[in-house]
Structures are given as C-alpha cells and as structure tokens.
Design a protein around this ligand. Sequence first.
Ligand code: SF4
Length: 434
Amino acid sequence: MKATIKHIAAFSIAEELGIETGDVLLEINGMPVIDIMDYFYYRDDEELTLTIEKQDGEIWDLDIEKEIDEDIGLEFTNPIIDCAKSCSNKCIFCFIDQMPEGMRETLYFKDDDSRLSFMMGNFVTLTNMSDELFARLIHYKMSPINISVHVIDPSRRKMMLGNREAGKIKERLLALKEAGLTMNGQVVLLPEINDGKYLDETIDFLASLYPEMQSMAVVPVGMTKFRENLPRLKAVNKAKAREIITQIGAWQEKLLERIGARFVYAADEFFKRAEWNIPAANYYDDYIQIENGVGLIRKFEDAAMVAIENNSCPLLDDLPIVATSTDAADMMYRIQAAMEAKCGRSCFEVVPILNDYFGHTITVTGLITAGDLIAQLRKKASGRRVLIAENMRNSDGLFLDDLKLEDVKRELAAEIDLVAADGAAFVSTVWRNL
Ligand code: SF4
C-alpha cells in the first residue's frame, strides 16, 4: 500500500515544504517507507531527504534539517500505511465469532497487528509474527505494545488461542523486556480454564517483567447469545467475580510490597457481576488500563461529582433522557441524585438500555446498538433531548448495526447529544454547558 498523506499539521515542516494532502511519501533517505515502523524510525534523524510523489506524478526530493525527534507533520490515510495483519488464532472465546451475520463487514476483520497496537492501543497476541518480524519490532523499539497474554502456561495458551504457535509467550515477553520495550498485559478470564492457579502463575510472571510490563488487566469473557457450534464456556457469575476480585486484591497487596505498584486490576464488569461497589480511585493508580474498561466508572463518577460541586445549577426546564448501559446505570442514578440535590429538581431521567441485540449478558455501553436505542426509547423520546455515550459509534460515525446518528434522531424524533467518557463533560452537557 502507498503512504498517501491524509493531513498536514499546521505550521509544520511538511507544510513549509509545500507537501499537500493526497501526495505520497515514497522514501526517507533513500529507504522505502513500507509501513509506519519505517516512517517513525527514519523520520527521527536530524538530516532527511524525503522523496514525495505529487498528485500530478512529479517526484520531489526535499532536504530537511531539523531537531532530532522533531515531527515532520504528516498523517497518512492508512494510519499504519501497510495492510493490517489478520490474526492466525482460533480463540475459543473470540467475540467476533459470536457476532450475528449482517453487521458491518469491517467488524468481522480479526486484526492482530503490533503496529495497530502502537498506533491505536489494540491488543495483540504475538502469535502471527515470524522471528524476522519480531526482530524488526525490537529493532524499531515500537512501544508501548498491548499484549493479550490470557495465560502464561504454554499448553493452556495454545488451547485457549487454538494455535500451536501460542506457547512461546514467555520467551517473547522476556525478549521485549530485555529490549526495553514498554508493554501492558491483558487476560480474558474464562472460568475453569485460566483462573485459579493459572491466574496466579500469569500474574506472578507478568509482574516479574515490571517495569517494562507496566500493568495487567483482567476482564471477564464476553458471551453473546450467538454461540451455536462454538466451544462450551462458562460465564463469569457472581461467585466467580467475587473470587477473582479477591484473588487480584491479594496480589495487589503482595505486589505493592514486591515492586511498589498494584500492577494488576480487575475490570469494572467484575464488580458489577459481583454486585460489589466500584473501588475508590486509588485502586486504579493512574487509570493505566482505562481503555480496557478498568476504572471507567470510578473516573467518570468522580469527575461528575466534582463538576456538580463546582458549578451552579442553571435555569433550565428540560428533562433530558440519559440512555446508558446496565453496567453504568447505578452510577447514573447516583449522579442524578447529586444533581437533583444541587438544583432542587430532577435534571435528567435514566433509561438503562438492555442489550437485546447481543443478549442481556452483554452489559457495557460500547456494545449498545442503534436498533436497541430506537426500540427502547421510542415511546418516550419524541421531542426530547437524549444523551448517549460517544463510544456507541465507531470513528466513522456508525453504530455497530450500521445505522447513523441521523437514523436514530429521525426514528425517535429527538435531539441527540453525544457525550465523551468524561463525567465533567456529561454534567456540562446535561446543564447545557452552563
Ligand atoms: S486473537 Fe483471538 S480473540 Fe482476537 S480476533 Fe483473533 S481469534 Fe478473535
């Protein structure tokens, strides 16, 4: 694929040189730019020659003198430039295998590409990398890299990932540590498969890689209602969730003494399934695994409460609907009560949306579809304002079931406000930025 330029940063070196959107970066210092690793590696020199193909086919060689590490200001149409690598696993718990037919085609693509991990935070298993590619990753020092470890025991990992190559994980992680690459680990917890002593062993080993391995998140397996002909798995129930939280808590205490960090964290979903309160902010340290659903609720609620405390109640008379996941509903009721106490009147109505699309065991906001929003709000939203989380849509502005925001607005005859995963922004949106 070509390194076609999508955006030029304002006041950047690229802008000054007359590089334009639609031009193609061919080489840096005579070396071809095959993927984003090449680009990041070669662009850090102080003296560069960029070879650019202009849209009319003309080739420009541009000499640059700059500070080391100074950015050139290029962004590419395809963030990793090359085609994304697909995964070579057959994980027994793969969420994509549990999606119904008829969703957007891109959602069925099983990526497992370290370049996407570096650029977008995706998790990779390191199973589809030749030794040569792995050496390149180390040579280019691409980090941080987020790694789906799942279990450190080689034969368990091969079984979980359905891949004979998956057992070499310890060697690869040790090589990444040796090279000084920053990592974060993830375990998808499957009852009776990688819990108990396997989880102990995995935490123990990953913690031994600290500080290069910065943190580890444990998330419960997601099981939709579309599991026909797939391996039989047990869901994480209340008792199992309590067991895992307790096991992780004991490790946090041990690791605070051993390495000075809590290091391992249970995802918010465990606390919801355990029917236990979400812990205080210090459980999450600096929320390093928040993108993995670890600490989202605590961070959102704390920020909302501060915003309510620090702002005065505006003179508004609308009563917007907050459409949220079942996991986030309790938090929304607490925020609702705090705003009501401040204003002396109700500020919004909470409507928890059940996930009819994937099944009611799916309880997180990011997997709510437009169809469920429309069906469950149809009777009450007309003419009102509805707040929904921004992460219900992907970067193209589409919901998982391929509908657009305009479709939801039209079907509900409602005004829709999108809210980022930020409690202060939520309060500000309810109070119309006052
Ligand atoms: S790595 Fe496993 S879970 Fe991820 S996409 Fe591939 S098969 Fe699915």
